[in-house]
Design a protein around this ligand. Structure first.
Ligand SMILES: [Zn+2]
Ligand SMILES: [Zn+2]
Ligand SMILES: [Zn+2]
Length: 283
């Protein structure tokens, strides 16, 4: 609990793990998500359960929850502290073995590294979608996932590299392709979800439709102008939210625009600058 409280003070949402290094199960009221689930889950529900239910979705930075009687009960039986990387604004590339580490060293930019039992966690700044087995021995843990806390590690935390986003995009395309058929979906899944837009007054459909159209515009600039179209799309989408109380997950929208621009050849630093300026143009 002491470690968890320290992490929470630093803005890292935490949860306890029981034997087997897995989250504690749901309480009787939350069993089978009969409660509907927590508001931060994919199928957002009204659950306000004060226990450690719903795995990663229980993760919190609230010290009164972390030290509450039902959480204290869990800490007394916990074998490890976990955290919600996406909630803290991080992405963990979980490398399970030697081969995976060698792949990372050859492919990914250096960043903060934490040793695990048999492998390493490479921690990058910025939240993404999570996905398991994006390649042999490699999981991506960020939004809607938990990672074991094994200390701060060493090294300087770098931004999520495009190589990681490319893995997520490929994984999505492979998992959405109908068996024996052609992939009819327009591309990778967006990082924006309702879960990051808790203060948005628009429907998910409205935001997704606008985002898809914007991404198509950026992707259509395969020869020139993708950078400035990324700026224009970012400014247009941000403008849709000027009357929302917020947050609307504009950073996540921005990440999707950056990814689209990078896929048509815009250098990532340039794409990021264009999107950042676009998002702020209507603020
Ligand atoms: Zn519960
Ligand atoms: Zn519940
Ligand atoms: Zn909004």
């Amino acid at each position: 609990m002491r470690t968890a409280l320290e992490l929470a003070r630093a803005g890292v949402p935490v949860l306890p793990l029981r034997a087997g290094k897995v989250p504690f199960g749901n309480c009787p009221a939350c069993a089978g998500s009969a409660c509907g689930g927590r508001p931060n889950m994919l199928a957002a529900g009204p659950c306000r359960c004060e226990r450690v239910c719903h795995a990663w979705a229980a993760a919190t930075t609230d010290p009164t929850v972390i030290a509450s009687p039902s959480w204290a009960w869990a800490w007394a039986r916990a074998v490890a502290v976990a955290y919600h990387p996406g909630g803290a604004g991080y992405t963990v590339v979980d490398l399970d073995d030697r081969d995976a580490i060698e792949w990372a060293r050859a492919t990914l930019p250096p960043t903060r590294v934490v040793a695990t039992t048999r492998g390493e966690h490479w921690i990058y700044r910025g939240a993404t979608r999570s996905a398991n087995h994006v390649r042999p021995g490699v999981d991506i843990k960020s939004r809607m996932a938990y990672a074991r806390w094994l200390g701060p590690g060493t090294g300087h935390t770098a931004p999520v590299p495009s190589a990681v986003r490319a893995l997520l995009d490929r994984e999505k395309q492979e998992t959405t392709r109908p068996p024996g058929g052609v992939d009819s979906s327009s591309g990778p899944q967006n990082t924006w979800t309702r879960a990051v837009a808790t203060g948005c007054r628009h429907t998910e459909r409205y935001v997704q439709t606008g985002l898809e159209r914007g991404l198509d515009i950026v992707r259509s600039h395969t020869k020139t102008g993708a950078g400035s179209s990324a700026y224009g799309v970012a400014a247009f989408l941000a403008k849709q939210h000027t009357r929302c109380p917020g947050p609307c997950g504009l950073d996540a929208l921005g990440e999707d625009i950056v990814s689209a621009a990078v896929t048509v050849g815009v250098p990532e630093p340039y794409a990021r600058r264009a999107v950042r300026n676009g998002l702020h143009a209507s603020a």
